[in-house]
Ligand binder design. Structure first.
Ligand code: BGC
Length: 764
């Protein structure tokens, strides 16, 4: 009996006894173990390990099990229960020659069964503890469904909100996204990705996917090396440094070379410069797409380019299987090329603890949940708490909010009672039936204290072609459920509800599919059908609260004029409705801050706060010709990065620096007293930005370098200290040297990126 057969036997015995609860100890000598295994594998078995397939109707389960038994599949994704995964693992462990375990992956992006706010909402919490709870809870839920790996976090910097996948990332800022990237990886993987309650993180989409031209999904990216290194690459690097076991390679090209065939990206940068030791995986069908990118003449050449550039696992692509055998025979692909890829896949399986116990997450059938959809499997308290933290109060004139729990409230809008939309895109194993809608949340919170009158008021859009497009995105059920009544009838009903109420809450914005993969937009406006509704509500003269649901910045200049209060709620997840009710009714004081700039109009894009300095900047208050501006509308963002109101007011004292100079290797202390001058306890985010006054190349007008989220009781004040080191001042210059250049620096502190105060110091 060879070593693996013995191991398989031990493992199946172990899996019949108890599911490992304690942290799994890695087997000794990973390298030796894998080299030994590689020696026993045939070429066919090796190529089989490179194959990652999607579980779906196109491939019958019986056939999948046969393929696994024949050693022709390394892992699968999109199966989401232990029950589904166990027979596949059984096929590998009981029926395949070498008993190499399978692994099971899934897109666990912002929750698994409990759905948390979309990533852009999570980022708006600026709350690393809350985000860590999301990662950990998601890992626990996914692992207990037999999942070993997630294709997350998605840390693509997004500065063009036309891009639908803006919703999936953590916003526009390199520092904030990098911090979150680290927290997500650490919380998904826990103490070790081998643990029974951990999942391995495969960070994506490497690299620069958020910078696709025109915000058109899957498009090209053309970018200077300095911009890549300073702005777009650090979040991926942060994930690698935090120990992410996997990297998903992007669908876009980078300066003309598709990421999937990009040797510089995967070999020079990722492996050599960053020291990445894990597994790379292509995005869905990306190897075949090399032909369409025009860099491979056929599938055979595509397979060759991809493996040579460093793609280990091939996601839903048949080309490795079809073409590697002849490529190896002809010598165009070497044994070493193949072995390198297989080694990484086996290494990832090892790191996920699967060689020690292939059933570490699948467990035994007798322990399977009787009902995988049981409400008791959800983590509702965490979901509600995190969701509350992600909401951003954009406007609040005349203290319209919080609402009184008395009188009559009209609740209208196509998103007021929309369980699917609450979840947002990439809702993993979440189910709409578990979503608390805004209607449900308000009903529960109000009880019999106030009357709630509901009317839908409008459909998401009156554009049938858009509805058809969005419905096509969902295979299981229609995404958009249209009310067949004429628009005027819907509006009329809403107006009547408004007239009999003290205040109107209109829940409007995007359906979740509008902010999704392959959902780029040319406009950032709320669809016309909903604007008609808002207009009619405004005309009633009742105080109007807009509750926004959307996955990208919207152009809200017109809405800002109509509404008395605006609450940005993103797609806030399973407990979103309760969380929104908490904020609307003052049971929670909003503390979220935008993680992305809201432009005034689509024509201003790209608009992000940390743009490079220029020779003729537009200066608010001093407009004039020959400065960088648009002449048809006010310049600057509608809502800047870092902005968000509270029911409290906060003041900052004068910023004080501990010294006027900073030496390499030393620290400088920047301190400020923050005071809650309002009548309620509340949290705010104090943000620290730095500007390099004169450098060897133009540098951003400011860059976020640190922040602290603080809870202060009404009237309480606290001194906050920020330590500034020379390392914080480093940047990649045009020669790609990473250094801090001596000279003057401005330190800015504020409660958003615009309203800041400033002090200077000199780096010696
Ligand atoms: C997406 C990836 C995702 C993969 C698997 C692709 O279409 O670009 O982000 O992980 O599908 O679901």
């Amino acid at each position: 009996m060879n070593k693996l057969c013995l191991l398989g036997l031990l493992v199946s015995l172990a899996s019949q006894t108890a599911l490992a609860a304690a942290p799994a100890e890695p087997l000794k000598n990973k390298d030796a173990f894998i080299s030994d295994l590689l020696k026993q594998m045939t070429v066919e078995e090796k190529i089989g390990q490179l194959r990652l397939i999607s579980i779906g109707p196109e491939m019958p389960r019986e056939l999948i099990r046969k393929e696994i038994a024949a050693g022709r599949i390394g892992g699968t994704f999109n199966s989401i229960t232990r029950d589904e995964n166990r027979p596949m693992q059984d096929a590998a462990i009981n029926n395949s020659r070498l008993k190499i375990p399978m692994f099971f992956a899934y897109d666990v992006i912002h929750g698994h069964r409990t759905i948390f706010p979309i990533s852009l909402g999570l980022a708006s919490s600026w709350d690393m503890d809350a985000i860590a709870r999301v990662g950990r809870t998601s890992a626990i839920e996914a692992a207990s469904d037999g999942i070993d790996m997630t294709f997350a976090p998605m840390v693509d910097i997004a500065r063009d909100p036309r891009w639908g996948r803006t919703s999936e990332g953590f916003g526009e800022d390199t520092y904030l996204v990098s911090r979150i990237s680290r927290v997500m990886v650490e919380s998904f993987q826990g103490q070790s990705p081998a643990n029974a309650d951990s999942i391995m993180a495969a960070v994506k989409h490497f690299a620069l996917y958020g910078a696709v031209e025109g915000g058109r999904d899957y498009n090209t990216v053309d970018m200077s090396p300095a911009k890549m290194y300073n702005d777009y690459l650090p979040p991926y690097r942060a994930a690698i440094d935090a120990g992410a076991g996997g990297v998903m390679v992007a669908l876009n090209s980078i300066n003309g070379v598709p990421a999937t065939s990009n040797t510089w990206l995967m070999n020079d940068l990722l492996r050599k410069e960053w020291g990445f030791k894990g597994v790379t995986v292509s995005d869905h069908g990306a190897i075949g797409e090399l032909v369409r990118h025009g860099v491979a003449k056929d599938g055979r050449e595509a397979a060759k380019l991809a493996i040579k550039a460093g793609i280990d696992l091939s996601m839903n692509d048949s080309l490795y299987g079809e073409d590697l055998p002849t490529l190896l025979k002809s010598g165009e692909v070497s044994q070493a090329d193949l072995d390198n890829a297989v080694r990484e896949i086996l290494g990832a399986k090892y790191d996920m603890g699967l060689f020690k116990d292939p059933y570490v997450r699948i467990g035994q059938a007798k322990d399977d949940p009787a009902d995988v959809y049981a409400d008791s499997r959800l983590h509702r308290d965490t979901a509600r708490d995190v969701a509350r933290r992600s909401l951003v109060l954009l406007e609040n004139r005349n203290q319209t909010l919080p609402l009184k729990k008395a009188g009559t409230i009209a609740l209208v809008g196509p998103l007021a009672d929309a369980p699917i939309d609450m979840m947002g895109s990439w809702a993993a194993a979440g189910r709409p039936k578990h979503s608390v809608t805004v209607r449900k949340g308000l009903e529960t919170a109000l009880g019999d204290k106030a009357k709630l009158v509901y009317a839908k008021g409008s459909n998401i859009t009156a554009d049938k072609a858009i509805v058809d497009y969005l419905n096509f995105l969902n295979f299981d059920a229609p995404e958009i459920i249209d009310d067949p009544r004429p628009a005027a009838v819907l509006i009329d009903e809403a107006v009547k509800a408004a007239q009999q109420s003290d205040v109107v809450v209109a829940v409007v914005g995007e359906s979740r599919g509008m902010s999704h993969e392959s959902s780029s937009r040319t406009s950032l406006e709320i669809p016309a059908a909903q604007r008609e509704l808002i207009k009619a509500l405004k005309a009633t003269g009742k105080p109007l609260v807009l509750v926004l649901m959307n996955g990208r910045p919207l152009a809200l200049a017109w809405e800002r004029e109509q509404a008395d209060a605006i609450l940005e709620t993103w797609f806030s997840g399973t407990e979103g409705g309760n969380a929104i009710a908490d904020v609307l009714l003052g049971d929670y004081n909003p503390s979220g801050k935008l993680a992305i700039t809201f432009p005034r109009s689509v024509g201003q894009i790209p608009m992000y706060y940390n743009h490079l300095r220029i020779g003729r900047p537009f200066t608010p208050g001093k407009p004039g010709n020959y400065t960088s501006q648009y002449f048809e509308e006010p310049n600057g963002p509608l809502y800047p990065f870092g902005y968000g109101l509270s029911y409290s007011d906060f003041s900052l004292s004068k910023l004080s620096l501990s010294a006027k100079t900073l030496k390499q290797g030393q620290n400088l202390d920047a301190s400020v007293v923050v005071k809650n001058t309002g009548k309620r306890d509340g949290e705010t985010v104090v943000q620290l930005y730095i500007q390099d006054v004169a450098a060897s190349m133009s540098r951003p007008v400011k860059e976020l370098k640190n922040f602290q989220k603080v809870m202060l009781k009404a009237g309480e004040e606290r001194t906050l200290h920020f330590s500034i080191k020379a390392d914080d001042l480093k940047f990649w210059n045009n020669q790609l040297q990473f250094a801090a250049e001596p000279g003057e620096f401005n330190v800015q502190i504020g409660l958003d990126s615009e309203a800041v105060q400033q002090q200077s110091f000199e780096l010696l």
